[in-house]
Design a protein around this ligand. Sequence first.
Ligand code: 13P
Ligand code: SF4
Length: 307
Amino acid sequence: MISTDNASLVEKILRLKKRRNAVILAHNYQLGEVQEIADFAGDSLELSQKAAQTDAEVIVFCGVQFMAETASILCPDKKVILPDLHAGCPMADMITADKLAEKKREHPKAAVVCYINSPADVKAESDVCCTSANAVQIVENLRDAQEIIFVPDQYLGNYVANKTGKEMILWPGFCPTHVRIQARDIMRLREEYPQAKVMVHPECRPDVAALADAVLSTGGMCKYAGEEVARDLIVGTEIGILHRLRNENPRKRFIPVSEQAVCPRMKLITLETVLWSLEEMTYEVKVPEEIRTRARSAVDKMLTASR
Ligand code: 13P
Ligand code: SF4
């Protein structure tokens, strides 16, 4: 629900959005008021699918840099704007194209699977992209690969390796927000809420994932919460998702594993910065053409496999 304090800001945003022929896409970790004004809120895979399909001229991306870059990779003729230039993903910054190229030289026969939380030039060095929603399927599809390098999230990589039974060369990246979700907190909450189901994101550490009933992307969690009969759900991911979970399931109780699981970069985007970005058409995110075409091949392979 939109508060009266925000009503005039929201009105201005919606008016300007129409005038600019813009679409507003928001990740599930965005502030509640930002998710409310979005045309669509979802996980990384759903947002890239929406970006690829839109006929709007402008995409306002309420998320982090790599998400806006992916929209630019898919939609070179559209103007993609990120309302705050500092909204980056620290995990994506844990790898560079040069370092990946070095690793590829050590393993010349390896296929490279790149988590979408990565810079565009790293995608350009990769064979195929994945998100948390389809990583297992993407790796399973690589039937002929003799070796697989998985970048940059070691914990998602570890989860996928366990699920598929494939040995992979893992990059030592991690999400600083998800490592705050601790196994001991899940054990405590399980005692407190014995009927509850536990769902966690695959960016969580392996000891945390091992304790969950379901390991899911943020979009997967929204679906699971709608279908699961349990009334209480313990949630192991960034707490922005609680807004949507509670809105969509008013009769259920959602208990965060940790109130500390906040992604500060996601929270840089506010109604004010969204309005500013529409007024000034800033900050434009544009991937250089030479990188874009190579990165596009890795992103397209993922989207084709996920249809
Ligand atoms: P999802 O694709 O599951 O929404 O995750 C994105 C992300 O950044 C998780 O930290
Ligand atoms: Fe990156 Fe973690 Fe924030 Fe997701 S929650 S955007 S992985 S820092």
